[in-house]
Design a protein around this ligand. Sequence first.
Ligand code: SF4
Ligand code: SF4
Ligand code: FES
Length: 255
Amino acid sequence: MSEELTMANKTVIIKIKRQDNPESKPYWEEYELPWRPGMNVTSTLMDIAANPVTRDGKASTPIVYDSNCLEEVCGSCAMLINGKARMACSALIDQLEQPVKLEPFTKFPVVRDLSVDRSTLFENLKRVKAWVPLDGTFDLGQGPRMAPDEQEISYPLSRCISCCCCMEACPQFNTSTGFVGAAAISQVRLFNTHPTGKALKRERLQALMGDGGIQECGYAQNCVEVCPKEIPLTNSISNVAKDVMKQAIFDLFRT
Ligand code: SF4
Ligand code: SF4
Ligand code: FES
C-alpha cells in the first residue's frame, strides 16, 4: 500500500465529555476524523464543528470551547487533554495517545461542554491587588528603570496567560481551602518586584496571610509541571512565603 493511501485512511479518534448547561448531567461522545498533518486539539474541534456527526453516525451539535489566539498566548483554550491540564491549541494530535480524551476543567464551573468559568482567578488577582497602582490618567512620564537582575526575575513571571492550568492541577486548590493558587502568588512576586508596584507590597503580602493564603500550599509542585509558560511557580511560592513571614513578624511588633 502506498504511503499516500495509508495517510488517506488514517483517522483520529476523539472522546469528548459534553454538558449542555451548568446544571445538566455530563455525557460522552466519540468522533472519528480524517487525519491531517499538524493537527492539534483545537483544529479537531473545528473539524467536528464543520460536520458534527458522531463515530456511530448520530447527528450532534458543534462542541463549545474557548479559544482566541491559537498560539498559546491568550490562555483561553485550557482543558483536560488525556487527563492533563493543558492548552488545546498547542496540543499536537500526533503526540497524544488515542483515543484523545477531552474534558472540561474539574475545579471550575462548567458553562457548556469544554468551556468553564475561570473568574475565580480574576477574583484572586483582585484579592492580592495584582496591578501597578496609578493615580489618575494624566501622563506620568517615563516609568522608573528596573535593574537587569530584577528584569530577569520579572520577565518569566510576566508570561502568565491566566489559563488556570496550575490551579486545576493543584491538590490544594479546592472549595474547602479557598486557596488563591500558584498564579496569583506568582503575580504577587511580579508586582512586588516592580518599582511602582512595590507601593502595595505590604497589602499584597497581608492578603496572602490566613485562610486561603500561602500557607495552604503543600509544595506538591503539580503547578510548575503543568504551566505552559514554564513559570518558576514553586520558586515564586518559596520567595513570597518568606516575604509573608517577614511581614507577619513585622506587623506583630508594630501593633
Ligand atoms: S506547589 Fe503544590 S500545593 Fe503549592 S500551588 Fe503548586 S501544586 Fe498547589
Ligand atoms: S502560572 Fe502558568 S499555569 Fe498558572 S495561570 Fe499562569 S500561565 Fe497558566
Ligand atoms: S487559543 Fe489562545 S492559548 Fe490557546
